[in-house]
Write a protein that binds this ligand. Structure first.
Ligand SMILES: NC(=O)c1ccc[n+]([C@@H]2O[C@H](COP(=O)([O-])OP(=O)(O)OC[C@H]3O[C@@H](n4cnc5c(N)ncnc54)[C@H](OP(=O)(O)O)[C@@H]3O)[C@@H](O)[C@H]2O)c1
Length: 279
């Protein structure tokens, strides 16, 4: 069966729109984009559209490629201090002359809608209440909203990036799964993926996962997105794995829309953080 991320995300967005409409304040996200990376421009556009749809105001800062680290840090400082800005998002990657670590960690953790500051990563690691990165959060949300049990399941996450694989493994662990985290140095990947009740793949290698690597009736979450001949392609060979899996996410319309929905949820969490701090 196909796990429809688009439909689930629509449901979440509708509820968020109602929640935002009922608030006394206007929620504002500061969104910073440096340069003209075409993929980043598409992502930023999608995020702005989604914010507009649920009634979140976006203060956009579109900087030229030549902008300095200081320029970006100044905007973040101003946004950190502005009580009318509730969340801050810096679209990655940044041009190579800007240090991503320094920039991200200059965001106030309470306004860190991407959950990428070391404070939010540390909280997630410690099992404390944290703002979780949107893609892993979206994966867990997709499973829960579709009543797919996580507790006690053997979960294999392929890919260990700080943005996706690692936080996803932590979120599965928090949800009481037994987790294996695989990566490019993993020996006998197939033997490991075959044991998964839930297999989540975040690699960026089209069609890495074939039907023979998947246990019968497993739940397969394809996070990978690579442009192949102009078409967005996942890490899972969809047509053949569909025959083996009980549930599978398509690419597109799977994890992508859930990422955006989770980002919107994070913006709302940040808004409530500000309210709490102001009390
Ligand atoms: N749908 C969405 O909303 C969304 C959001 C974010 C990312 N993505 C997509 O998800 C994919 C992963 O993104 P990312 O940022 O996590 O990428 P990344 O930073 O490049 O990480 C890729 C991970 O895959 C591992 N890997 C590479 N080749 C492998 C192989 N043959 N077998 C097993 N593991 C392998 C790497 O292992 P090592 O650590 O050993 O190098 C690394 O941990 C990309 O396609 C990206 O576009 C989608």
């Amino acid at each position: 069966m196909i796990l429809d991320g688009k439909k689930t995300a629509e449901f979440i967005r509708k509820n968020l729109a109602k929640e935002v409409a009922a608030l006394e304040d206007t929620i504002t996200l500061a969104l910073i984009l440096v340069g003209h990376n075409p993929a980043s421009e598409v992502y930023v556009n999608n995020k702005m559209k989604a914010c507009a749809e649920v009634g979140i105001n976006v203060k956009d800062y579109f900087l030229e490629e030549t902008a300095t680290q200081k320029d970006v840090l100044n905007i973040i400082k101003e946004s950190n201090e502005d009580p009318n800005v509730h969340g801050i998002l810096v679209q990655l990657p940044l041009p190579s002359h800007i240090d991503e670590n320094i920039v991200i960690n200059s965001i106030s953790p309470e306004k860190d809608v991407d959950g990428l500051t070391i404070i939010n990563q540390g909280k997630l690691f410690a099992g404390l209440e944290a703002i979780a990165p949107a893609t892993p959060k979206g994966v867990i949300s997709l499973l829960k909203k579709n009543y797919i049990d996580i507790a006690g399941k053997n979960v294999v996450v392929v890919g260990r990036s700080n943005l996706v694989g690692k936080p996803l493994a932590l979120l599965f662990l928090q949800n009481n799964a037994t987790v294996t985290l695989a990566h490019s140095k993993t020996n006998n990947l197939k033997e490991i993926t075959k044991r998964a009740d839930i297999l989540a793949v975040a690699v960026g290698k089209p069609h890495l996962i074939t039907a023979d690597m998947v246990k019968k009736d497993a739940v397969v979450i394809d996070i990978g997105t690579t442009k192949v001949e102009g078409k967005l392609t996942g890490d899972v060979k969809f047509s053949e794995v569909l025959e083996v899996a009980s549930y599978i996410t398509p690419v597109p319309k799977g994890v992508g829309p859930m990422t955006i929905a989770s980002l919107l949820e994070n913006i709302l969490i940040c808004y409530h953080n500000q309210k709490r701090l102001a009390e």
